[in-house]
Design a protein around this ligand. Structure first.
Ligand code: AHG
Ligand code: MN
Ligand code: MN
Length: 334
């Protein structure tokens, strides 16, 4: 007999009680991310057809060109989370400052805050390559009933209560964790529902894929250079295979399924690395650890870093346990 398909909606309801603060609020929050993801997916899929491709003429706080779809995805996620009145604050890679949401009837009664990279890999949009959305959810630490403060957003990654990503790829998937493993859901575009397709995702302990922008090789720290040479050496089960899409979400997703390591180290162009701790590295680190992998800045656990600013950047090494530990060993010994 064919196995019964489980939708994301059913999964959320069935697993709500296993979450330590099971008030239903987090379930509604994941549900609204699901909704926004479908809307953005629709737009991403149309990108080749309509005149939406190209820079919107604005730059974000980090001085990078914003593509139109970045703006669109940012607006959709913020709108959906605001309208449904379930979060007290949002911070986005595309916004200079965090947004305090004051629900008029309830007066700051919501407990959750969301941090988001609305469109990750935006340089890939106009060449029909997979992009994504990354989200990270915390409980506020300032008292309910008052406006959220910067400190609510500057929590260590280890305080996350949920995190996930959407990958708008050959199929669109939503992958997330609430601290009890990682599950992946694939969108059936004909029906508009996500179905559980990848239960209990885990990084293989070892892998043979390394993902890094090797164009920056001469700028990398010696430890990373040595590790790349190790990956390329013909010995034991090496050389490894190099795969780099340039969308963190997609590179991470592939490595989690096949086994691999992703690296975005520091260099003179990016002295603290390029990726953002709050919108990209912490959520991916939470997913990685929940999937039996590791996320490190080369020396220490990403989720132990105390953030000091919203748009902070950090070197990022993430993936299969044995591979990340090997890269850390090269960093220590360089
Ligand atoms: P974003 O599109 O949100 O700015 O993120 C792009 C990030 C990440 O997705 C990707 O892995 C990395 O930048 C690629 O950077 P390079 O082009 O420097 O390799
Ligand atoms: Mn990004
Ligand atoms: Mn982005």
């Amino acid at each position: 007999m064919a196995q019964k398909l489980q939708t994301l909606g059913e999964f959320i309801i069935e697993n709500q009680s296993s979450f330590q603060y099971s008030s239903g609020e987090l379930s509604s929050l994941i549900n609204s991310i699901r909704l926004a993801a479908k809307v953005v997916n629709h737009e991403v899929n149309k990108a080749g057809l309509v005149d939406i491709i190209g820079a919107a003429g604005d730059t974000n706080i980090q001085g990078e060109d914003q593509q139109k779809l970045d703006v669109y995805a940012n607006d959709k996620f913020i709108q959906t989370l605001t309208n449904r009145n379930i979060v007290c604050g949002i911070a986005s890679e595309e916004e200079d400052d965090f947004i305090c949401i004051n629900s008029q009837d309830e007066n700051h009664q919501n407990k959750y805050i969301v941090l988001i990279d609305p469109l990750d890999g935006s340089s890939n949009i106009d060449v029909n390559v997979s992009v994504g959305t990354i989200f990270s959810i915390y409980r506020r630490i300032t008292p309910v009933g008052t406006p959220v403060q910067l400190e609510d957003f500057l929590q260590k990654g280890s305080e996350q209560v949920a995190a996930g990503y959407v990958v708008y790829g050959t199929s669109t998937m939503l992958v997330y964790t609430t601290g009890d493993g990682v599950n992946g859901f694939t969108l059936n575009p004909a029906i508009g529902s996500f179905y559980l397709s990848h239960p209990r995702m885990e990084f293989p302990v070892d892998g043979n894929i390394y993902s890094v922008n090797e164009g920056n090789y001469f700028d990398f720290p010696q430890g990373i250079k040595n590790y790349i040479k190790y990956c390329q050496k013909e010995e034991d089960d090496r050389p490894y295979t190099s795969r780099y899409i340039g969308s963190l979400v997609s590179d991470f997703h592939r490595n989690m399924i096949k086994g691999g390591i992703y690296m975005y180290p520091q260099g003179s162009k990016n002295p603290k690395g390029k990726l953002r701790l709050l919108y990209e590295c912490n959520p991916m680190a939470y997913l990685a650890e929940q999937a039996n992998g590791i996320a490190s800045d080369g020396f220490k656990r990403i989720m132990d870093i105390q953030p000091t600013e919203l748009h902070q950047r950090v070197p990022f090494i993430c993936g299969s346990k044995n591979m990340v530990e090997k890269a850390e060993e090269f960093m220590r010994n360089a």
